[in-house]
Design a protein around this ligand. Structure first.
Ligand code: ADP
Length: 163
Protein backbone atom coordinates (compact mmCIF):
# COMPACT_ATOMS: atom_id res chain seq x y z
CA UNK A 1 0.00 0.00 0.00
CA UNK A 2 1.76 3.13 -1.24
CA UNK A 3 0.61 6.27 0.54
CA UNK A 4 1.40 9.83 -0.45
CA UNK A 5 0.63 12.98 1.51
CA UNK A 6 -0.32 16.20 -0.28
CA UNK A 7 0.03 19.00 2.29
CA UNK A 8 -0.98 22.63 1.89
CA UNK A 9 -3.18 25.47 3.04
CA UNK A 10 -5.87 24.91 0.39
CA UNK A 11 -7.52 28.25 1.26
CA UNK A 12 -9.50 27.31 -0.81
CA UNK A 13 -8.93 24.30 -3.09
CA UNK A 14 -8.47 25.33 -6.74
CA UNK A 15 -8.63 23.29 -9.95
CA UNK A 16 -4.81 23.37 -9.93
CA UNK A 17 -4.75 21.53 -6.58
CA UNK A 18 -7.45 19.17 -7.86
CA UNK A 19 -5.41 18.41 -10.98
CA UNK A 20 -2.45 17.42 -8.78
CA UNK A 21 -4.72 15.29 -6.54
CA UNK A 22 -6.16 13.45 -9.58
CA UNK A 23 -2.68 12.73 -10.96
CA UNK A 24 -1.44 11.52 -7.56
CA UNK A 25 -4.52 9.29 -7.15
CA UNK A 26 -3.57 7.47 -10.37
CA UNK A 27 -0.02 6.84 -9.15
CA UNK A 28 -0.53 5.91 -5.50
CA UNK A 29 -2.80 3.48 -3.64
CA UNK A 30 -3.76 6.13 -1.12
CA UNK A 31 -3.58 9.93 -1.22
CA UNK A 32 -4.04 11.93 1.97
CA UNK A 33 -4.68 15.61 1.38
CA UNK A 34 -3.40 17.22 4.58
CA UNK A 35 -4.82 20.64 5.37
CA UNK A 36 -2.38 22.67 7.47
CA UNK A 37 -3.90 24.10 10.66
CA UNK A 38 -0.90 26.08 11.84
CA UNK A 39 -1.29 29.05 9.59
CA UNK A 40 0.77 32.15 10.09
CA UNK A 41 -1.23 33.79 7.29
CA UNK A 42 -4.83 34.71 8.11
CA UNK A 43 -6.89 32.19 6.15
CA UNK A 44 -10.33 33.02 4.69
CA UNK A 45 -11.70 29.55 5.47
CA UNK A 46 -11.30 27.66 8.74
CA UNK A 47 -9.35 24.38 8.58
CA UNK A 48 -12.62 22.43 8.92
CA UNK A 49 -14.23 24.41 6.08
CA UNK A 50 -11.21 23.84 3.85
CA UNK A 51 -11.30 20.12 4.64
CA UNK A 52 -15.02 19.84 3.85
CA UNK A 53 -14.60 21.67 0.54
CA UNK A 54 -11.86 19.24 -0.54
CA UNK A 55 -13.98 16.26 0.53
CA UNK A 56 -16.97 17.54 -1.45
CA UNK A 57 -14.77 18.09 -4.50
CA UNK A 58 -13.12 14.64 -4.46
CA UNK A 59 -16.10 12.31 -3.91
CA UNK A 60 -15.29 10.59 -7.24
CA UNK A 61 -11.80 9.60 -6.04
CA UNK A 62 -12.18 6.65 -3.61
CA UNK A 63 -8.48 6.46 -2.70
CA UNK A 64 -8.32 10.11 -1.65
CA UNK A 65 -8.98 11.18 1.94
CA UNK A 66 -8.67 14.56 3.62
CA UNK A 67 -7.24 15.26 7.05
CA UNK A 68 -6.11 18.19 9.19
CA UNK A 69 -2.56 18.37 10.44
CA UNK A 70 -0.38 20.62 12.53
CA UNK A 71 3.23 20.50 13.59
CA UNK A 72 6.07 18.94 11.67
CA UNK A 73 5.10 17.54 8.27
CA UNK A 74 7.63 14.69 8.46
CA UNK A 75 6.12 13.52 11.75
CA UNK A 76 2.64 13.61 10.28
CA UNK A 77 3.81 11.60 7.24
CA UNK A 78 5.22 8.92 9.57
CA UNK A 79 2.00 8.79 11.58
CA UNK A 80 0.12 8.15 8.34
CA UNK A 81 2.66 5.50 7.26
CA UNK A 82 3.28 7.69 4.22
CA UNK A 83 6.08 7.08 1.74
CA UNK A 84 6.26 10.45 0.06
CA UNK A 85 5.07 14.04 -0.01
CA UNK A 86 3.63 15.61 -3.15
CA UNK A 87 3.95 19.29 -3.88
CA UNK A 88 2.72 21.12 -6.94
CA UNK A 89 5.09 23.17 -9.04
CA UNK A 90 3.70 25.98 -11.11
CA UNK A 91 6.19 28.54 -12.35
CA UNK A 92 9.84 28.95 -11.57
CA UNK A 93 8.82 31.22 -8.70
CA UNK A 94 7.60 28.17 -6.71
CA UNK A 95 10.92 26.41 -7.11
CA UNK A 96 13.23 28.15 -4.64
CA UNK A 97 10.93 27.79 -1.67
CA UNK A 98 9.89 24.24 -2.52
CA UNK A 99 13.51 23.21 -3.05
CA UNK A 100 14.47 24.53 0.40
CA UNK A 101 11.50 22.86 2.06
CA UNK A 102 12.12 19.50 0.36
CA UNK A 103 15.77 19.43 1.38
CA UNK A 104 14.97 20.52 4.93
CA UNK A 105 12.35 17.78 5.22
CA UNK A 106 14.91 15.27 3.93
CA UNK A 107 17.32 16.49 6.59
CA UNK A 108 14.63 15.87 9.22
CA UNK A 109 13.72 12.44 7.85
CA UNK A 110 15.72 10.97 5.00
CA UNK A 111 13.20 8.21 4.34
CA UNK A 112 10.49 10.55 3.15
CA UNK A 113 10.77 11.65 -0.48
CA UNK A 114 9.27 14.83 -1.90
CA UNK A 115 7.81 14.53 -5.39
CA UNK A 116 6.82 17.47 -7.55
CA UNK A 117 3.97 17.43 -9.99
CA UNK A 118 3.07 20.00 -12.59
CA UNK A 119 -0.57 20.75 -13.20
CA UNK A 120 -2.14 21.05 -16.64
CA UNK A 121 -0.60 24.11 -18.31
CA UNK A 122 -3.86 26.06 -18.18
CA UNK A 123 -3.81 25.83 -14.35
CA UNK A 124 -0.20 26.82 -13.93
CA UNK A 125 -1.10 30.46 -13.22
CA UNK A 126 -3.78 29.60 -10.68
CA UNK A 127 -3.46 30.31 -6.97
CA UNK A 128 -5.87 30.38 -4.03
CA UNK A 129 -4.84 33.97 -3.46
CA UNK A 130 -5.86 35.09 -6.97
CA UNK A 131 -9.12 33.17 -6.83
CA UNK A 132 -10.06 34.94 -3.56
CA UNK A 133 -9.14 38.29 -5.05
CA UNK A 134 -11.20 37.75 -8.22
CA UNK A 135 -14.17 36.43 -6.27
CA UNK A 136 -13.97 39.35 -3.81
CA UNK A 137 -14.10 41.79 -6.71
CA UNK A 138 -17.20 40.09 -8.14
CA UNK A 139 -15.46 38.20 -10.96
CA UNK A 140 -16.54 34.76 -12.14
CA UNK A 141 -14.27 32.05 -10.75
CA UNK A 142 -16.09 29.09 -12.36
CA UNK A 143 -13.15 28.16 -14.63
CA UNK A 144 -10.81 27.97 -11.64
CA UNK A 145 -12.65 26.17 -8.83
CA UNK A 146 -15.30 23.48 -8.28
CA UNK A 147 -18.96 24.53 -7.91
CA UNK A 148 -18.76 23.82 -4.15
CA UNK A 149 -15.79 26.15 -3.71
CA UNK A 150 -17.40 28.81 -5.88
CA UNK A 151 -20.50 28.81 -3.70
CA UNK A 152 -18.49 28.87 -0.49
CA UNK A 153 -16.47 31.83 -1.78
CA UNK A 154 -19.62 33.72 -2.69
CA UNK A 155 -21.14 33.01 0.74
CA UNK A 156 -17.97 33.98 2.58
CA UNK A 157 -17.37 37.13 0.60
CA UNK A 158 -21.02 38.12 0.89
CA UNK A 159 -21.98 38.06 -2.75
CA UNK A 160 -24.62 36.52 -4.90
CA UNK A 161 -23.17 33.55 -6.77
CA UNK A 162 -22.21 34.74 -10.28
CA UNK A 163 -23.88 32.56 -12.99
P1 ADP B 1 1.01 26.28 0.77
O1 ADP B 1 0.52 27.48 1.53
O2 ADP B 1 1.48 25.15 1.60
O3 ADP B 1 1.93 26.58 -0.39
P2 ADP B 1 -1.15 25.97 -1.09
O4 ADP B 1 -2.52 25.55 -0.73
O5 ADP B 1 -0.95 27.34 -1.66
O6 ADP B 1 -0.32 25.69 0.18
O7 ADP B 1 -0.54 24.92 -2.10
C1 ADP B 1 -0.35 23.58 -1.75
C2 ADP B 1 0.53 22.93 -2.80
O8 ADP B 1 -0.15 22.98 -4.05
C3 ADP B 1 1.85 23.66 -3.02
O9 ADP B 1 2.82 22.68 -3.36
C4 ADP B 1 1.58 24.54 -4.19
O10 ADP B 1 2.76 24.80 -4.95
C5 ADP B 1 0.63 23.66 -4.99
N1 ADP B 1 -0.25 24.44 -5.85
C6 ADP B 1 -0.94 25.56 -5.57
N2 ADP B 1 -1.62 26.00 -6.65
C7 ADP B 1 -1.34 25.10 -7.65
C8 ADP B 1 -1.69 25.02 -9.02
N3 ADP B 1 -2.46 25.92 -9.61
N4 ADP B 1 -1.22 23.98 -9.72
C9 ADP B 1 -0.42 23.06 -9.13
N5 ADP B 1 -0.02 23.10 -7.87
C10 ADP B 1 -0.46 24.10 -7.12
Amino acid sequence: MRTVIYPGSFDPLTNGHLDVIQRAARLFDRVVVAVARNESKQPLFSPAERKTLIEQSTTDLPNVSVDLFEGLLVEYVEQQSGHAVIRGLRALSDFENEFQMALMNRQLNEHIETLFMMPRASYSFLSSHLVKEISGLGGDVSPFVTPEVKEALAAKLGQACVN
